[in-house]
Design a protein around this ligand. Sequence first.
Ligand code: HEC
Ligand code: HEC
Ligand code: HEC
Ligand code: HEC
Length: 337
Amino acid sequence: MIGTEIFSPGAQELIYGREMMSSLKENAPHSTILCGNLDGQPIPGFEAYKIFTINGKKILVTALIDPDLEKKAIHGLQCKEPEPALAEILKIPHDLAIAILHFSDAKGRQLVRSVAGLDVAILATQRGTMAESEHINGCWLVKNNNHGKTVGYLDWSFATNAPATNKLINVRKEDYAADPKILKLVDEYESWLRQHYIDVEKNKEGTGTELPIQIAYVGDQACGTCHPRIVASWQTTRHARAYASLQKKCKDFCPDCLPCHVTGSEEHGKDGFRSPVITPNLFNIQCEECHGPAKDHLKNPDLPYGLKIESQSCTICHTTNTDPEFSFDDDINLITH
Ligand code: HEC
Ligand code: HEC
Ligand code: HEC
Ligand code: HEC
């Protein structure tokens, strides 16, 4: 629908497996689907690289996936070693070579150091942006993983063999009207997501099987008997109503929003909240988000308990995107009890 010329699946997409990957081309007939180091049986519509000829210049574009990321995905697709795959692709005659790297920033830099010949590398895995590009081994590294809040823009100068312009453009809701076709797509997806979770719950009831998960988070219901004053104070904060904010926006099943509006999200490397169906007792930013799982504390309240609370405890959610004005020293006073 947006008409991008290139789409390059990362490890997150590979999770959906061969069948779904095979249907990508049907849905995006005008896009080239790139993966330069896919191994085994080819997938229809996937290409290792693409050459665009613009003003007589040959622009070679490829994309690579870190096989270590791919191993974490459950699918049936494999990736081969990226270095030899990239070196092979770079032998194809070109004037400019661009690679989309589905690697951590550190490993992306390592790849660029070990294989010479790339002109531009796009770091496509770790969250965040780079205002300035880095120049490593003759290659310009750029990064714009900002949930669509900015668009990366790069003008290349063949005269200097360097970017002439390289900037991030803010895409603000105020400046662009929403596209009704895309809105409809998002609505359909959200209805599907909600139904999906409800189906998961129905299946669970049907079979009577308990999920074999161990969660050390107990939920705020368990604190009131001994810390009634603190619970009452917390209930006046917006942290206690963070899930309602998602419900108001009909995003209460949306995996993009949940991590910061619930307690102990897996996305944040914690093992509390799993899904609205499995852990409905962990909605909102509860006590245990800041103090840590309290299962053992309940068993023995006299033993030491409680994480050290520092800026990092807050900025996993109060990021420069979601809360640009956040200041640990000031805001902490608004939530202490
Ligand atoms: C059975 C009573 C009891 C329950 C239930 C209980 N606590 Fe406590 N908690 C205590 C006692 C006793 C202490 C130690 C004395 C104190 O600091 O109040 C304590 C200490 C703490 C501390 C550390 C204070 C410090 O600075 O050392 C935190 C944080 C805390 N509790 C959070 C919680 C949370 C969160 C829950 C609910 C998940 C909870 N507690 C449930 C009794 C309880
Ligand atoms: C798991 C994510 C998360 C963590 C961790 C977190 N917050 Fe929040 N915080 C939120 C969300 C989400 C809201 C907005 C809730 C709403 O209104 O829906 C919020 C709201 C707030 C507000 C109210 C803002 C206002 O303008 O009224 C303050 C203050 C705040 N947080 C401070 C902190 C501090 C200080 C920490 C660290 C000790 C922290 N938060 C940790 C997610 C988090
Ligand atoms: C990276 C963490 C993070 C993610 C992801 C996130 N939020 Fe929030 N959200 C916050 C924080 C922090 C605040 C509080 C900011 C403030 O007002 O100071 C907040 C506040 C809110 C608020 C109340 C304030 C307002 O602007 O009206 C709503 C509604 C909200 N978020 C909805 C969403 C939705 C919908 C999504 C998914 C599309 C989402 N959030 C994803 C962290 C996050
Ligand atoms: C947004 C983070 C945050 C949330 C949510 C939160 N706390 Fe705290 N809590 C703090 C901070 C910060 C302190 C100050 C001491 C420290 O730095 O550990 C504190 C201190 C405490 C203390 C020890 C000091 C005292 O006043 O006795 C207890 C007990 C406690 N919290 C319990 C709770 C309980 C119970 C809840 C949920 C109802 C809760 N906290 C929710 C951040 C939080």
